[in-house]
Design a binder for this molecule. Structure first.
Ligand code: SF4
Length: 363
């Protein structure tokens, strides 16, 4: 069986309910994403959310930037299966409308809402329905009083901004709070989240904002969020990419797997190839990656170009192949089970994967 590496994860945060999920405490790190559609376009928004759900997304955010968007929440909620978050800036009436229409969580910064009675109205509505609030600090939009104090965005200024908004909610005896401290500068985000983890115990939503395209965004997010996860910090995360949001979930899932924070997922090990290679390994590895993406048991599959490292690596995997000229060897739990012609290698590997998955499902 593949070795399981369960890493330490910070458990001393408050547990906050979001619909039927709990973020923080000893709960798993939740993967979330955000729709790219116009929220008022219910059909397109629901279609995107259903694709995200299928990819493993557990929580999804939509922008609520006008009355039509707030109104659409009612219908969207009926057609999806995961909790829905509304992203609101400044306008407390949109927050109240989103809450009225069944939203599960509101992302709004109380310090930006305006007059006290407006903040109180939002907090009261959230309290009545058990809806949490995410405070979203962003290095690019810090409050003026902090920019005056610090001169420019710093991790300290970001944490102070979070505490400024937290204090407003705490004064109103509201504690169902989740906090993000996003920056596109990775070291700044790491420092801000690290300091925040010491400053308060509300769950942290991790993200590197404006991270870039699929390639650059995945690298930057993995560097920043990965560092934090490795420190045991983070209760939910969003990978921000200029790409199909389904890609955000794929990256999030891979990142959590890397740190042993998803135990019910299959992992692929594949070699980089070299001059010893005699089979078309890249396409096999890509196909296997797609094939195992939806498997919900912790198996390790290895796809190696040749037998030089094959048997050794395969011993670490539940099932694997090592290529040879025009054929490949199938390994199960480190033992070679048979040789297969190259043309049948992929199909045979898939069959063996299915057998192992079925044996997990029977136990
Ligand atoms: Fe090269 Fe074989 Fe190692 Fe792959 S497993 S990198 S083909 S030596």
């Amino acid at each position: 069986m593949g070795r399981e590496t369960k890493m330490f994860h910070r458990r001393d945060t408050r547990a906050v309910r979001v619909g039927d999920l709990t973020i923080g405490g000893s709960n798993e790190v939740i993967m979330q994403s955000m729709c790219t559609t116009k929220t008022a376009d219910v059909k397109a928004t629901v279609a995107e959310i259903l694709r995200l759900e299928e990819a493993g997304c557990q929580l999804v955010r939509v922008t609520v930037n006008n009355k039509e968007a707030a109104e659409a929440i009612k219908e969207i909620k009926k057609q999806i299966h995961i909790p829905l978050v509304s992203d609101i800036h400044f306008d407390h009436r949109l927050a109240l409308a989103a809450i009225e229409n069944g939203i599960d969580k509101v992302r709004i910064n109380p310090g930006n809402i305006g007059r006290r009675e407006k903040v109180e109205a939002v907090v009261k509505a959230c309290k009545e329905r058990g809806i949490p609030i995410r405070i979203g600090v962003n290095a690019g939009s810090l409050e003026n009083h902090l920019l005056e104090k610090y001169g420019y965005p710093t991790p300290e200024a970001m944490v102070e901004s979070a505490l400024f908004h937290i204090n407003i909610l705490e004064e109103l005896d509201f504690h169902d709070i989740i906090v993000s401290l996003k920056a596109s500068d990775v070291p700044m985000a790491i420092a801000a989240y690290s300091q925040a983890a010491k400053a308060f115990n509300y769950p942290l939503h991790l993200g590197i904002t404006e991270a870039g395209t699929l390639f650059t965004g995945a690298v930057k997010s993995a560097a920043g969020i990965g560092t934090l996860l490795n420190m045991g910090i983070g209760n939910t995360l969003r990978i921000s990419l200029s790409a199909d949001p389904v890609e955000e979930i794929k990256v999030a899932r891979e990142l959590l797997k890397t740190f042993g924070l998803i135990t019910n997922a299959a992992t692929l090990v594949s070699c980089p190839t070299c001059g010893r290679l005699d089979i078309d390994l890249f396409s096999i590895a890509n196909e296997v990656e797609d094939y195992i993406a939806k498997i919900k048991v912790p198996i390790k599959v290895s796809v190696l170009g040749c037998a030089v490292n094959g048997p050794g690596e395969a011993r670490e995997a539940d099932i694997g192949i090592a290529g040879a000229r025009g054929e490949g060897m199938l390994f199960r739990y480190g033992e070679m089970i048979r040789k297969v012609p190259e043309a049948e290698l992929l199909a045979e590997l898939k069959k063996e994967i299915d057998i192992i998955v079925a044996s997990y499902e029977q136990t």
